[in-house]
Design a protein around this ligand. Structure first.
Ligand code: UDX
Length: 442
């Protein structure tokens, strides 16, 4: 999020300095290389003029002359699900150590932070300034981010809305100016990212910081529970003989429901939904307020992983010693991120059952290796992976898998069992080659 925002703002003509503690990231970025797989980032790193966008490990140097400072550090989940804001507070403290007497700064919290964090940040800044015995004007704003991995630049240039929560008119005005090219769509789109034809100008929602913080959590939880809802319906579809893909289409056309995020499958993962729903529950506990809907969304989501194991077990009978290939390891296509990836969870469950697991992913193998080590076999080629395998599980819907040659796979496998964990195939396309096809909810 930090990298995408920095790159996008520089592209829009702002002068941006990106700060990170990790020297290897700074070294890569300074050479125009992205430390993560995110479409378009490297193209823009090359396109943007050097003086517009620089990278450093030196917070003080970056902050001193800045007009606007964004904190975009991580807020990982603690063991009890609460979001850990210590990096945000540490960043705020460093910022306060670096600002100069008498100057004016806008400090923007972009990280996803629990309710009240803005107040804490403001307190941290005041304390440090007091200790330093200096005065400066620091105007705070909460500006949550809604970008998706794999589509991060698209979501930044063409957002549905921009949310600014602040009690300071100066901060609101500064952010309105900062985002003006996006709000008014006056920039020339990058060649690879044309403005979508039906795109309307995004509204700027200005509100109080607490509501802005809540908007972020509520948005992610709402999307997560939409997916869990369709997954719950998918389970019942299997029992009664309905096809959840048809059901999702049928309900998604109702404008009040909408078609997005009704893709049934092995569930949601990634760096946001799991962490943010856990953080919401933790906030609920803190305020002695039960949140059964969010809790149920998480339960259903975990059950989807187990459903895959049940399906394999019903087809293969014995999992111990079976050779199972898992296609896709990233938590979704378009990214090399495997954090909370449903695919990785499925692999782990299979290993626990004594299966022999082979894996393939077009970009996430390096990250997956850190999670799975040498307990699985890594393949570059799906057809090699399929040789003498008992079953294949499609866990991440990479476009490469859409044109799998089932005739070829059928000739290579020991048993022809295919679990379509993302419902990307028409069952008959697969069964005509002699496969047992099992989707999720069909
Ligand atoms: C999400 C939010 O969409 C974004 O607004 C927020 O800023 C960060 O969190 P991201 O985690 O990048 O973005 O991915 P997203 O595209 O939302 O997908 C999340 C998970 O849901 C993935 O594991 C995906 O496979 C799953 N998913 C998505 C489904 O299972 N079915 C769907 O229909 C859609």
């Amino acid at each position: 999020m930090g990298l995408t925002t920095g790159v996008a703002l520089a592209y829009l003509g702002h002068k941006v300095v990106g700060v990170d503690k990790d020297p290897s990231k700074i070294a890569l970025l300074s050479k125009g290389k992205s430390p993560i797989h995110e479409p378009g980032i490297e193209e823009l790193l090359v396109e943007i003029k050097r003086e517009q966008l620089t990278f450093t490990e030196d917070t003080a140097a970056a902050v001193r002359d800045a007009e606007l400072i964004m904190i975009a550090v991580g807020t990982p989940a603690k063991a009890n699900g609460e979001a850990d804001t210590s990096y945000v507070e540490a960043a705020a403290e460093e910022v306060a150590q670096s600002i100069e007497e008498g100057k004016r700064y806008i400090l923007v919290v972009k990280s996803t932070v629990p309710i009240g964090t803005n107040r804490r940040v403001s307190h941290v800044i005041e304390q440090v300034l007091k200790k330093r015995g200096i005065q400066a004007h620091v105007y705070l704003a909460s500006n949550p981010e809604f970008l998706r991995e794999g589509l991060a630049l698209r979501d930044t240039f063409y957002p549905d809305r921009i949310v600014v929560g602040s009690e300071s008119p100066e901060a609101v005005e500064a952010l309105r100016r900062l985002y003006r090219p996006i709000l008014e769509q006056t920039f020339n789109p990058p060649g690879f990212l044309p403005r979508p034809e039906s795109y309307d100008l995004p509204p700027l929602i200005t509100t109080d910081p607490t509501s802005a913080e809540m908007i972020k959590y509520a948005a992610n939880a709402c999307l997560a529970l939409k997916i869990s809802f369709i997954n719950e319906i998918a389970g019942l579809c299997e029992k009664v003989g309905a096809d959840v893909v048809e059901v999702a289409r049928g309900i998604g056309l109702d404008a009040r429901i909408g078609p997005a995020f009704l893709g049934a499958g092995i569930g949601w993962g990634g760096s946001c939904f799991p962490k943010d729903t856990a953080a919401l529950l933790a906030m609920g506990r803190e305020y002695n307020y039960a949140m059964p809907i969010v809790a149920a969304a998480r339960e259903v989501n975990w059950r989807q992983r187990e459903r895959v194991i049940e399906k394999l077990q019903s087809a293969l009978k014995v999992l111990r010693g079976s050779v199972i290939g898992v296609l896709g390891l990233a938590f979704k296509p378009g990214t090399d991120d495997v954090r909370e990836s449903p695919a990785i969870d499925v692999v782990r469950l299979l290993l626990e059952r004594g299966a022999h697991v082979r894996v393939h992913d077009p970009v996430a193998v390096e990250n997956a290796r850190k999670e799975l080590g040498s307990r699985v076999e890594y393949y570059d080629n799906v057809y090699e992976l399929a040789r003498d395998a008992d079953a294949l599980v499609l866990a991440t819907e990479w476009s490469q898998y859409f044109d799998l040659d089932f005739a070829e796979l059928a000739g290579r496998m020991r048993q022809k069992v295919f679990v379509d964990g993302r419902n990307i195939f028409t069952p008959s396309e697969v069964t005509r080659w002699g496969f047992i096809y099992m989707g999720m909810g069909r």
